[in-house]
Design a protein around this ligand. Structure first.
Ligand SMILES: Cc1cc2nc3c(=O)[nH]c(=O)nc-3n(C[C@H](O)[C@H](O)[C@H](O)COP(=O)(O)OP(=O)(O)OC[C@H]3O[C@@H](n4cnc5c(N)ncnc54)[C@H](O)[C@@H]3O)c2cc1C
Length: 317
């Protein structure tokens, strides 16, 4: 507790990494990165399939990088290697397996409480993302098939009948990847897939035209049942179909309780309130990355948040 940091960043994803690297490059001396899991970039490790193409312009959003991090198109592996290098080169002081539970501000100092000790800092950036709790459907999933209803590809094996639910880039990438060794249906409630970026649009068009991925668009799911150990999907148009597995790729939730425990006020929709500098209503307490969006952040956008926030901290020193 004795050491007073200039900046503590909570969450070691792209938003957090961008922020600590910019802080070091732009001249903040005492900087600490705190990450809950045993390595940085947990969302990338857990939700990206191995060798996944990583697009800089994700969800069709072309982003100019503003800061000192030169992130480019690559793969899951090249992106993780690049982040390793950034953290090593800038000698970033990091705590892994360290979960922050609360932030309090007293006499202009932030007190950060975690399961690996308590810390003090002049400024804090919260960049914990949304994938700690992926979005789940609002109908009930019967207990007996919960193991077959997933939110990433960890449990998938080969030769399964799989339904992938969602209309964004992740759903399209999951469906195409799984179709290499499974029979796959991609279901989206809207008539057209407009959210994926151009590369993924072209990919799903090709897979669908060759019959590798079946598309069921413009139809919602009304309920899910268990039948003979399988996942029975009841569509809103009256169709029903049995699958070995269902994968929901429908984004993540706002970590409301955590944000409140950090002293970040939420609006009527439960989203964090922050200004053009990503500063919350508590001076010196910022948010970066995916939690700044109700839907659809990206690595490049998260990196830019870090750069802008650090500049704002430096300006107000
Ligand atoms: C399947 C999939 C594919 C994607 N593909 C791309 C792509 O190709 N290109 C692209 O630009 N974007 C892509 N994205 C989006 C991109 O991954 C996110 O926009 C980006 O990871 C957001 O970064 P972040 O730092 O805000 O949050 P995250 O990456 O979610 O990082 C948050 C970090 O905070 C940690 N954390 C959580 N709670 C605590 C706590 N209490 N204390 C300490 N640490 C905590 C987490 O363990 C995690 O490491 C994809 C997303 C998904 C789900």
């Amino acid at each position: 507790m004795d050491k007073l940091y200039d900046l503590i960043v909570i969450g070691g994803g792209p938003g957090g990494i961008g922020a600590v690297v910019e802080a070091k490059v732009l001249g903040l001396k005492k900087v600490l990165l705190i990450e809950k899991t045993d390595n940085h970039s947990h969302t990338i490790r857990k939700f990206y399939k191995d060798k996944k193409r990583v697009d800089k312009d994700w969800q069709g959003q072309a982003v100019e990088l503003e800061g000192n991090v030169e992130f480019v198109d690559g793969t899951k592996e090249s992106t993780l290697d690049y982040f390793d290098k950034l953290l090593d080169n800038e000698k970033i002081d990091s705590r892994f397996n360290c979960e922050v539970s609360k932030v309090e501000k007293r006499d202009n100092i932030f007190y950060i409480y975690s399961n690996c000790g308590d810390f003090k800092s002049k400024s804090v950036i919260v960049g914990i993302g949304r994938m700690g709790k992926p979005n789940k459907p609002n109908y009930k999933i019967p207990l007996s098939i919960r193991g077959q209803v997933n939110y990433n590809l960890d449990k998938c094996s080969n030769g399964e009948d799989i339904i992938v639910v969602g209309g964004g880039d992740s759903a399209v990438e999951y469906a195409c990847e799984l179709s290499e060794s499974n029979s796959v249906l991609l279901n989206y409630r809207k008539d057209t897939l407009t959210r994926p970026n151009p590369t993924n649009q072209a990919m799903i068009k090709e897979y669908a035209s060759h019959g590798k991925v079946r598309l069921k668009l413009g139809v919602d799911i009304s309920s899910v049942e268990a039948q003979h150990g399988k996942v029975k999907i009841n569509f809103s148009n009256g169709d029903t179909e049995l699958f070995d597995r269902a994968i929901y790729a429908i984004g993540g939730t706002t970590p409301k309780d955590f944000l409140k425990a950090c002293g970040i006020t939420l609006d009527s929709k439960g989203e964090p309130i922050f200004d053009e500098n990503y500063e919350s209503e508590t001076k010196g307490l910022y948010i970066a990355g995916d939690i700044a969006f109700a839907s659809g952040g990206s690595i490049a956008i998260a990196l830019n948040h870090g750069y802008r926030i650090v500049n704002h901290i430096l300006k107000n020193q």
